[in-house]
Design a protein around this ligand. Structure first.
Ligand SMILES: Nc1ncnc2c1ncn2[C@@H]1O[C@H](COP(=O)(O)OP(=O)(O)O)[C@@H](O)[C@H]1O
Ligand SMILES: [Mg+2]
Length: 226
């Protein structure tokens, strides 16, 4: 994929780890660590009520700040409908989650190293016809168990919950959920609906991120976040 696509999805935590926005991502990480003080969360699912809330932006930046703290981190593109993580990290989409759930691969072959020390990505793989079935499968549960042994933390980007049930079918296998809402875009009703749907899965919402568009910084397009 083009360098241009990667540039468009540039991560502020990767380029400016001490900027105010990166500090906010570190605060989210610290919040998760506090919430899991007795039994640390190893698998974290990131979702939102609707599309375009900033799930992929938040999950990628969160993964970077975990890795920069010295945690061996895996970011999984569980959005097999609109995958973006391969673009953000300029990685191949050819092998990824969909392939690892349908074919036999060694984990070391499918988890791709990134430029950030300690951060690996499992891209979506080719878009499958049945993402929902794959995410809810026994094989997905087994895969997560294997990955948990290998990584300190696994962060999974998923589709929006009020649109498709992919995140909800996966939730029972997950330790905690981060709900991303976008300021001035996410409707209150949709947010409520998302929370109700997540409650049914019994997986705790361990944090809510209010993603707010701030002014552009420098000439680059940064992900503003507060
Ligand atoms: N706080 C923000 N300020 C400006 N642009 C943002 C912000 N958060 C996300 N974006 C942009 O909005 C679009 C959707 O974000 P993305 O993280 O891909 O959302 P999702 O994964 O929920 O669909 C992307 O183009 C991203 O660059
Ligand atoms: Mg996304």
């Amino acid at each position: 994929m083009s360098k241009n696509a990667e540039k468009k999805r540039k991560l502020i935590t990767k380029t400016k780890i001490n900027s105010p926005i990166s500090e906010q991502f570190k605060l989210v990480r610290t919040g998760i660590e506090f919430a899991g003080v007795d039994s640390p969360f190893k698998t974290i699912l990131v979702t939102s009520p609707e599309a375009m809330s900033g799930k992929s932006t938040v999950s990628a930046n969160l993964a970077v700040v975990y890795a920069k703290k010295g945690k061996k981190t895996l970011l999984i593109d569980g959005d097999m409908r609109k995958p973006t993580i391969h673009q953000t990290f300029n990685k191949s989409i050819f092998f990824g989650l969909s392939t690892s759930l349908t074919e036999d691969f060694k984990l070391s072959e499918i988890c791709q190293k990134t430029e950030v020390d300690g951060l690996f990505v499992l891209t979506s793989g080719p878009i499958p016809p049945n993402p929902n079935e794959l995410l809810g499968s026994k094989r997905m549960a087994l895969l997560l168990n294997e990955l948990k042994k290998d990584f300190d933390i696994v962060i999974i980007d998923t589709p929006p919950v009020t649109v498709v049930s992919d995140a909800l079918v996966l939730a029972p296998q997950i330790d905690g959920i981060i709900l991303v809402v976008r300021s001035r875009k996410t409707k209150k009703e949709k947010a409520k609906q998302a929370i109700e749907q997540i409650k049914i899965t019994r997986t705790p919402i361990i944090g809510t991120v209010l993603n707010r568009d701030l002014e552009k910084l420098d000439n680059n397009y940064y992900y503003a976040y507060k």
